[in-house]
Design a protein around this ligand. Structure first.
Ligand SMILES: NC(=O)c1ccc[n+]([C@@H]2O[C@H](COP(=O)([O-])OP(=O)(O)OC[C@H]3O[C@@H](n4cnc5c(N)ncnc54)[C@H](O)[C@@H]3O)[C@@H](O)[C@H]2O)c1
Length: 434
């Protein structure tokens, strides 16, 4: 048996802070409030609904994950966040139109009480939005100090024992790391010198880590995946994870592709297109913001198919991803995939997938799980990149220079085996004699 980790109990209140109070964040808050009142099941959440086998099959031990590991209870969660447009979570939920009024009605008082703090916002990074509730300061350093103060005030005013931050803000314009991102020292100097390469999401990430608050990045932009943030997370002993919630089309890709590979079926092309009409779709209509998303979406197939190993099956794939902003569709995205596969003696076949999906309905449980699991990691003394949470990401952040794992089934095994190890249980390998 592995030695169990010393995990501090989840006593007191857990604050979940989201930079960005739009469709995903407000749907996540609403679902937790509804589950708390017994109005809805937390469907899609592993932390709430999944079981985990412990020990050998004949032992018959299969508890809920939340009974096996000490997760914070939904009753102990309090939400907060920042947004340059939405004044509060009720307005955000109504504007995004994800949930029906009949579901929002019983939660309206609580949602209205989640008031957005003014945001660190700069149109240079999200050109399609006009921020109206925006922090001002001489330098980016001043803005970071204001976020640090917001975090501390929230902690005190809401009597929170612990906090986590999950970025649910818009996708920022595409960016490569620059020297200002090299070290904590260079980043802090850059904040003071208003370095143009420091984006708003990096200011939140910095403030989060500087406050010892675990951070997850729900969008594909650079935020936590920078050397300076690695250094700060290590220095302050803070767990982090990213990036880009795995929902919709990419979720389907990482479910289907491992199946083709398991059966050694070849793939010649994968054409994916989406129409969506929410604010996210509008932001992604800008080529610079779409590029950030495209890079994140395209990376998935290569690591699953390993074309360097299986050249004859996957060495020549045309992989195309398109997103089209189409307002009538709102948050109910429609994704089409045309997959050209081939089998025995090279004979071609086609698969068409038409996913009429609800993006925020798929993303909301991820926000909850990430918050609860990061809080667990923190209480278990873990810091830095949490690879076992790759399960939730389109672009999982690897630790230690190895390629990220995209196969959702391997990711799920890794998640559960990590939890098993932490509580002193043997990993489940599914070997014949087990
Ligand atoms: N919905 C999904 O399935 C999904 C999947 C993967 C990633 N994401 C990402 O999650 C994020 C949220 O998605 P959404 O559908 O809720 O989008 P949304 O447009 O409804 O909400 C984003 C919110 O962020 C706010 N915002 C923008 N810049 C900000 C800043 N600097 N500080 C604080 N708030 C800021 C916007 O005003 C908006 O209210 C997006 O980046 C999106 O790409 C969503």
């Amino acid at each position: 048996m592995p030695e169990p980790l010393q995990i501090a109990p989840a006593t007191g209140r857990l604050g979940i802070l989201t930079p960005g109070m739009g469709a995903v964040a407000s749907t996540a808050y609403a679902g937790v409030l509804a589950a708390r009142q017994g109005l809805a099941e937390p469907i899609g959440s592993l932390s709430q609904m999944a079981h985990m086998r412990l020990g050998r099959r004949e032992e018959g031990r299969n508890p809920l994950i939340r009974d096996a590991v000490p997760l914070a209870s939904l009753d102990d969660i309090v939400f907060g966040g920042w947004d340059p447009i939405s004044p509060n979570a009720l307005e955000a939920a109504r504007t995004s139109g994800v949930l029906d009024e009949r579901d929002l009605g019983p939660l309206s008082g609580e949602l209205e009480g989640i008031v957005a703090m003014p945001a660190v916002f700069d149109q240079r990074w999200v050109s399609k939005l006009d921020g109206v509730r925006v922090k001002t300061g001489e330098t980016k350093w001043d803005l970071a100090q204001q976020v640090l103060a917001d975090i501390e005030n929230f902690r005190v005013e809401n009597n929170c024992d612990r906090l986590v931050m999950v970025w649910c803000g818009s996708t920022e314009a595409y960016q490569e790391p620059t020297p200002v991102h090299d070290t904590v020292e260079s980043f802090e100097a850059g904040l003071k010198a208003n370095d143009p390469n420091i984006s708003p999401s990096q200011i939140y990430a910095y403030a989060s880590l500087a406050s010892g608050v675990p951070y997850a990045n729900g969008a594909p932009n650079l935020s936590i995946d920078l050397p300076c943030m690695d250094e700060l997370a290590a220095r302050n002993g803070v767990p982090v994870t990213g990036k880009d919630f795995k929902t919709g089309q990419t979720l389907m890709k990482t479910i289907l592709a491992p199946g083709f590979k398991a059966r050694m079926l070849g793939v010649r092309g994968w054409y994916s297109t989406n129409i969506l009409g929410n604010r996210d779709g509008e932001v992604l209509d800008d080529p610079e913001n779409f590029k950030t998303k495209e890079v994140s979406k395209l990376g998935v197939l290569d690591t699953i198919f390993q074309p360097e190993v299986y050249g004859e099956l996957y060495g020549n794939i045309d992989h195309v991803v398109r997103i089209n902003y189409y307002p009538p569709r709102g948050d109910n995205k429609e994704g089409w995939d045309n997959i050209d596969i081939f089998g025995w003696m090279g004979y071609p076949m086609q698969i068409k997938v038409n996913f009429l999906c609800r993006d925020s309905i798929l993303a909301a449980p991820i926000v909850l799980d990430l918050a609860l699991f990061l809080d667990l990691a923190s209480r278990a003394g873990q810091s830095g990149v949490q690879e076992w949470l790759s399960f939730y990401w389109k672009s999982p952040q690897p630790a230690g220079g190895v390629p990220p794992e995209h196969d959702i089934f391997i990711q799920q095994t890794k998640l559960k085996n990590t939890l098993r190890q932490w509580i002193g249980e043997e990993p489940v390998t599914h070997a014949e004699d087990e």
